[in-house]
Design a protein around this ligand. Structure first.
Ligand code: ATP
Length: 318
């Protein structure tokens, strides 16, 4: 029987992580559990940065971006000896189980802990929506909202000046933010890793757009190309003057949207229920509006085809 649980956030921060922590704390207490906050992800687990949380500890946190527990990256957590030290710290507090909130790296850490005897549940928390097994991750809706607002503003000025705006968005390994934004803002072009990067195609599309439009919007995920150089090329090879904007870390911040708060709350409550019912080694996911528990191994292996599907919609509409 579980009596004490820990909760941590790990990997990149995402809006809605606080709402998820709050849900774990409050539902844990409702189930008669003691809940402990582990600061700075697995790093804090290793360093013993652990503190008991109460109902009040999560007051007024639901609307805040970031994570009040802090997050960190500790690549060394892949070493068994490092995890053994972290587990000793958990034992010191009598913690039997941990809810981890983060991306697929965080799932890997949780799964490794599970195999060493600590009951773990994962919640998908990352702005990129790049984790298998769930339709949406906590933070994606907020990041998308932030990006769409920014691009709408750029569109106002670019159509006033007859410009092409190139916007670099986050999503190293996943073009979800890019393609959802592309559809939302009526972009002329979207390039992301899944779809590929073809400069000739971009130039031709912008040339075509310039015949009928006062502006052109190009959305590109980070690490695909140098967007400043691309802007220079578009300026010299099309009728549009082009400007590049790298949105950067503003995409991670801000108050979570109601959708992210509800997702975080729902997944957090279910995580505690699973632990109370004796289940662990799973990620709590939303699939077709149903909340399901997916084994870490399955979640880590499953692929997402959403970007390709949405690209089909985008192609018809631009
Ligand atoms: P994001 O999607 O925002 O990058 P993430 O959870 O994928 O989030 P990572 O930095 O990849 O971010 O992973 C978070 C932490 O999980 C790592 O810093 C490390 O402590 C732990 N971790 C990652 N991979 C493993 C692994 N194979 N074994 C054990 N722990 C791991």
């Amino acid at each position: 029987m579980i009596r004490k649980i820990g909760v941590l956030t790990s990997g990149g921060d995402a809006p809605g992580m606080n709402a998820a922590i709050r849900a774990v704390v409050r539902s844990g207490i409702q189930h008669g559990l003691e809940v402990y906050g582990i600061y700075d992800g697995y790093k804090g687990m290793y360093e013993g940065k652990i503190e008991r949380l109460f109902r009040k500890s999560v007051s007024d946190k639901i609307r805040l971006g970031g994570t009040f527990l802090g997050t960190a990256r500790l690549p060394e957590f892949a070493n068994e000896e490092i995890r053994a030290v972290a587990i000793e710290n958990l034992h010191e507090y009598g913690i039997d189980a941990v809810v981890t909130i983060g991306g697929d790296g965080t799932y890997h850490g949780a799964w490794a802990l599970e195999r060493m005897g600590i009951k773990c549940i994962g919640l998908p928390g990352t702005i990129d929506n790049d984790i298998g097994g769930t339709d949406f991750t906590i933070g994606f809706d907020t990041a998308l909202t932030t990006v769409v607002e920014a691009v709408d503003k750029l569109r106002d000025t670019s159509s006033s000046h007859r410009r092409c705006s190139i916007i670099e968005v986050m999503g190293r390994n996943c073009g979800a933010i890019a393609i959802w934004t592309g559809i939302s803002v009526g972009a002329e072009y979207v390039a992301c890793r899944e779809i590929g990067y073809n400069e000739e195609d971009i130039i031709q599309t912008i040339r075509d757009a310039s015949k009928t439009k006062r502006h052109a919007i190009v959305i590109i995920t980070e690490n695909l190309t140098n967007v400043e150089k691309l802007a220079e090329t578009i300026t010299t090879s099309t009728p549009f003057e082009a400007r590049a904007t790298v949105l950067g870390h503003v995409q991670r911040g801000g108050s979570p949207t109601p959708r992210d708060r509800v997702l975080a709350a729902t997944l957090g409550v279910r995580a505690v229920e699973e632990l109370v019912n004796g289940n662990s080694g799973v990620a709590i996911c939303e699939v077709n509006n149903q909340i399901v528990a997916v084994p870490f191994e399955t979640a880590l292996k499953s692929k997402k085809d959403q970007v390709f599907e949405k690209y089909e919609t985008f192609k018809v509409l631009w």
